[in-house]
Each structure stands twice: as C-alpha cells, then as structure tokens.
Ligand binder design. Sequence first.
Ligand SMILES: NC(=O)c1ccc[n+]([C@@H]2O[C@H](COP(=O)([O-])OP(=O)(O)OC[C@H]3O[C@@H](n4cnc5c(N)ncnc54)[C@H](OP(=O)(O)O)[C@@H]3O)[C@@H](O)[C@H]2O)c1
Length: 238
Amino acid sequence: MTDKNKNCVWITGASSGIGKASAMEFSRIGCKVIVSSRRISRLEKINADLKKEKLKVEILPCNVASSANVVQTVKKITLTNKINCLINNAGVSTFKLAKDNSLQEIKDIINTNLLGSIFTIKQILPHMIKNGGGTIINILSVAAIKVFEQSSAYTASKMGLLGYTNVLREEVRGQNIKVVNILPGATETPMWPKEIRNKKSDEMMKPEGLAQLLVWIFLQKRNMVTEEITIRPIQGDI
Ligand SMILES: NC(=O)c1ccc[n+]([C@@H]2O[C@H](COP(=O)([O-])OP(=O)(O)OC[C@H]3O[C@@H](n4cnc5c(N)ncnc54)[C@H](OP(=O)(O)O)[C@@H]3O)[C@@H](O)[C@H]2O)c1
C-alpha cells in the first residue's frame, strides 16, 4: 500500500511510554504514523525498535507547549498528509504537594497538558473539517474524575482538557469529527518515579495494553464514537 492510501495518525509525546507504544501499534496495523516530542534521539529509537518488523514512523519534533512550534509543525504535516487521527498524548507531571510546586513546574504542566493539547486541536481542526472528518483522541487521566493528593496542577490540566473536549465533541459532531477521551489509571511508564514503578510494576497497566485500546477505538465504524473510557489496573488505583 502506498503512503497516500494509508490512514495517517499524528501522536504527540511519542518518545516514551504510552505514546511510543501507540506509535508502534498503529504502525503494525498499517497506518502512516507521524511522531512528535521534544527529544529527537528518543523518537529515532522508535525506528530502531521497529526495524526488525520492517516498519518506520515519520519523525517531526514538536514542543506542544509552544503554540508557534505547533503551528509550524501542523503546517509541515498537512502539506503532504491527510491526518485521520490526532492523539494528544504529550504530558508532564510532578508528584508534589501544591505548596511545594514551583511556579515554573505549574506552568510546564498547564502549558503542556492543557494548552498544548488545545493548540494541536486548534491547528488540526480546520484540516479535519476540510477533509470531511477525523478522530481526536485525548489521553487524560483518572485524575480528571477522582481526587489524588500531590497532583493539583496535573489534575487542573486534565480536568480542564476534559471540559474543553466535551464541549468540542458537541460542536464537531456534524463534521464527522470524533472526540475521544481516555482516562487511564496507573500505567508503567517513565512518568512515575522509579521507586514506585519498581514496587508496583505487577499492578500497573502496561503502555502496550493502552496502545491496543487506542487502535481498537480508531478502527470503530464511521458512524459511532467512543466518547470516554476510564481504564484502571484490575486491583484499582495506586
Ligand atoms: N503513566 C500513567 O500512569 C498515566 C496515567 C494517566 C494518564 N497518563 C497520561 O499519558 C500521557 C503519556 O504519559 P506516559 O505515562 O506515557 O509518560 P512518559 O513516558 O513520561 O511520556 C510523556 C511523553 O510526553 C512528551 N512530552 C512532555 N512534554 C512535552 C512537550 N512540551 N511537547 C511535546 N512532548 C512532550 C515526552 O517526550 P519529550 O520529553 O521527548 O518531549 C514523552 O514522550 C500523559 O498525558 C499522561 O498524563 C499517564
């Protein structure tokens, strides 16, 4: 199949964890995958890891916290691609009490998780409308619906994006644009401090499991939309 006939998926925050696993899984089902994040060397590692399967992703570094960078990246992407799916996955966190978070840490969390996702949506929306539809999958968190201490700014970012995307979904139904919110619980990725990962690895979900869920959602029939999925470790929250 030529690249032109393939479904094209753009994944932000694809250099590690859930984003990387998703990039690999969408490649395996025959999609053209464009991967973005800030660390190019980590994005290149995806192609090194996919080499034995004779698969490849396209690398386009992008810091989603910079609206100018997002504008530039979307211009580049849409020049030669029709994006069928945007996965807003880029995210950062600190596991700190509100009183201990620095202003810079708070800005980084809000600018990346909330504004970064809004920037990508704003830029990709006219493209999807022009193309007659598309899917926008946002990786939120169970923190958007349940209170966890030491995650005040993170929770604000995820709750904020939940509100924004719930409104957006209603506004773009008529244009065949699906807005999907995924609310995962603890998943074993570098986002968690190493000590917790070491201790709780058996309980935590794996990024590969979430990647399979995203593929399944993307492949659903054109006339239905999975609006929201909460997915947790079987033993509950960590
Ligand atoms: N792990 C969990 O338990 C869990 C649970 C619920 C929700 N989530 C959400 O899942 C998403 C993925 O996180 P993860 O767990 O897979 O953690 P991760 O392995 O740390 O991945 C985070 C990704 O975001 C990218 N990123 C961070 N800041 C960015 C920016 N300004 N611009 C572009 N990319 C940026 C990072 O790449 P660079 O550093 O290369 O930019 C990295 O690829 C996040 O939105 C997170 O909130 C995770």
